[in-house]
Design a protein around this ligand. Structure first.
Ligand SMILES: Cc1ncc(C[n+]2csc(CCOP(=O)(O)OP(=O)(O)O)c2C)c(N)n1
Length: 626
């Protein structure tokens, strides 16, 4: 017999179900997601927490006419299931399959794409104002997690909402967790609201009455609860002060209550905020026990939640272990994360140097300016921020750090293709956006040991610097007991050669080596170079080889435009030389999610593709190749 979920082909089918059937649907969704994500990996915990919220939203509203925005949108799997994509849910995050986030090109029900946090309220307000100006009457509903309230942009939106529209529904999905436990004063404030005994009493009462008497009473109780909130919190209910009518906190798993409340909110002629309390990982014991791990992870056992042991240490772990070693010797070293202690592995640093560890929340801009302030006071901040999220902090890097030539180190994890997370998370732009900034040093290690050396180099360097390293494991190089500093701006010549010089940046060095071997078999002598520094570039080395060889080849795990190869081209040109440069890197378009090897193949980041480009140049330069 078909499950209820199997009968849902669009949100219209959700509306046909009775309340008891909706409860069954919620359970079926949980089962389906736990199994599907166990195979593909993904954000299982956040999605299990929004099952009832998403069902109730689709029950009351009508997408795509109405617009749903999800902040980050890592919790939109339930929305995908209910909007005609359930058959594809097993393909989520796999090559050619569903994206792990909202994607406008994937469905008309995905009205706004995301992957980075804190954008939903601003975008939702923009859509609401656009609707108002166009004379429309559709609803705009924004669902944002409590961690969105650690993002500055969210407050910039809140500051504008009440003056710019009368109709916007914000759902605060409060599970008290970011990826780690949520941080800061707002998290404490929400905790105070949620745990207030009077409040708990009121919303339990409301829930009970709704179950007994249905809608009308619910509306009355929502009003009573709202009054109670104002009473217990005095005049300081922050959302009310900002001009949004505050409702809640309500149980975000109580379907009848949610449905009644959304029906009520839909009729309001004032922006509203519904505070819903949910449990991340609800219905899956392993996720409830290990909230952090089950925020987002690779494949797991759907019964036990067990994951395969990882074995080799990741770049992130080597980074954190090195930072501990450096901090052991230098009491001025401090570590900063923007809500990513797990992903950056600063989890390993935290217990060792608790007073020198700072989680600023999802606040990359603040984190960087905070680092600048600490540097002024003689501290040595290491900001561990993924390459993709550091994009947020571009102006602080320019205006606060580099302009004042402050010693702040940017440790850019995921500086490469992110793989299954897709275009919102690929770290493919940091060379372009950092190398034009005066005073910046940009380093790319070839392996784990060189990463440690670069971190030490950065600690000794009097000025800003950035170290970029990829996701996951490296080649497995043995890491020295204590790192050695590297001369800034000095490349490493791995092998000399006289026909071609191949420069393999960071983790692309093995491709340079492989290409050199293939060329050697064809009688072409190739030098292999580990550039180490994008900035300052080793111009001496470039001059030496550009004069000697017929062709330079650059490999980089970065967009070509403005990247490392561009820097080499600029240098060759400025040296007054005409040596051709074949550049291998990512093209000028956003790269979809997928497996790294397959995507490299598709976009020509391979030795074969490089050889194809290089051979005609070599043949032209040397008609009778040796
Ligand atoms: C700018 C930015 N920084 C960091 C992240 C990484 N990140 C993804 S989800 C998340 C936590 C989200 O917490 P919340 O919004 O409360 O939703 P929940 O997962 O708890 O449902 C973080 C920090 C991001 N997506 N964007």
């Amino acid at each position: 017999m078909a499950t209820l979920l199997e009968t849902i082909h669009s949100p219209a089918d959700v509306k046909k179900l009775t309340l008891p059937q909706l409860e069954i649907l919620a359970e079926e969704i949980r089962e389906r997601l736990i199994l599907a994500v166990s195979r593909t990996g993904g954000h299982i915990g956040p999605n299990l927490g929004v099952v009832e919220l998403t069902i109730a939203m689709h029950y009351v509203f009508e997408t795509p006419r109405d617009n749903f925005l999800f902040d980050v949108s890592h919790q939109a799997y339930v929305h995908k299931l209910l909007t005609g994509r359930q058959e594809e849910i097993d393909t989520i995050r796999t090559p050619g399959g569903l994206n792990g986030f909202m994607l406008r090109t994937e469905s008309p029900h995905d009205c706004y794409g995301a992957g980075h946090a804190g954008t939903a309220l601003s975008a939702g307000l923009g859509m609401a104002v656009g609707r108002d100006m166009a004379g429309g009457n559709e609803n705009v509903v924004v669902l944002a997690g409590d961690a969105a309230l650690t993002c500055g942009i969210t407050y910039e939106a809140l500051n504008n909402i009440a003056t710019q529209t009368k109709r916007l529904i914000v759902v605060l999905n409060d599970n008290a967790w970011s990826i780690d436990k949520n941080v800061g004063a707002i998290a404490s404030y929400l905790h105070k609201v949620v745990t207030h005994p009077d409040y708990v009493k009121w919303h339990d009462k409301a829930a009970e009455l709704i179950e007994r008497f249905g809608g009308k009473t619910a509306r009355h109780m929502a009003h009573v609860a709202e009054e109670a909130a104002k009473g217990l919190l005095g005049r300081s209910m922050i959302f009310e002060e900002l001009g949004l009518n505050y409702y809640g906190p309500i149980d975000g798993h109580n379907l009848p209550l949610l449905i009644e409340t959304f029906r009520f909110l839909k009729q309001q002629n004032k922006p509203v905020l519904l505070h819903a309390i949910t449990q991340k990982g609800k219905g899956f014991q392993p996720a409830l026990e290990k909230q952090k791990k089950f925020h987002g992870l690779g494949p797991y056992d759907p019964e036990t939640g067990e994951t395969k042991p990882t074995g080799q240490k990741t770049y992130s772990e080597i980074f954190a272990e090195t930072l501990v070693k450096l901090a052991d010797r230098d009491e001025k070293l401090v570590a900063i994360t923007a809500a990513m202690p797990n992903g950056t592995a600063l989890d390993l640093f935290r217990p060792r140097h608790a007073n020198r560890y700072f989680d600023v929340g999802i606040a990359e801009e603040h984190g960087v300016i905070f680092a600048a302030g600490m540097a002024i006071k003689g501290f040595k901040p290491f900001c561990a921020i993924y390459s993709t999220f550091l994009q947020r902090a571009f102006d602080p890097i320019v205006h606060d750090v580099c302009l004042q030539d402050l010693k702040v180190v940017f440790c850019m994890d995921r500086g490469s293709l992110s793989g299954d997370d897709g275009p919102t998370h690929h770290g493919l732009f940091d060379i372009s956006y950092l190398r034009g900034i005066p005073n910046m040093v940009h380093m790319d290690p070839k392996d784990e040991d060189e990463l440690a050396d670069m971190l030490y180099t950065a600690l000794l360097h009097e000025g800003p610097s950035a170290v970029r390293y990829p996701r996951g494991i490296g080649p497995g190089a043995k890491v020295k007991e204590f790192p050695t500093a590297i001369e800034i701006g000095k490349a490493e010549v791995i092998a000399d050669g006289s026909d071609v010089a191949i420069l393999g940046l960071g983790q692309m060095l093995p491709l340079a080596q492989e290409m050199a071997e293939k060329l050697a078999a064809e009688g072409v002598s190739a030098a292999v170079i580990n550039p180490r520094f994008v900035k300052p570039l080793d111009r001496e080395m470039i001059a030496q080889y550009a004069k000697k060889v017929k062709l330079l080849v650059t490999f980089e795990d970065h967009v070509l435009m403005g990247g490392f190869g561009s820097a080499v081209l600029e240098a060759v040109s400025e040296l007054g030389l005409t040596t051709p440069v074949v550049r291998i890197g990512w093209p000028d378009n956003f790269v979809e999610h997928g497996k790294v090897e397959q995507l490299r193949e598709k976009y020509g980041l391979t030795v074969e593709a490089a050889l194809e480009k290089a051979r005609p140049v070599l043949t032209a330069a040397r008609p009778t190749a040796r």
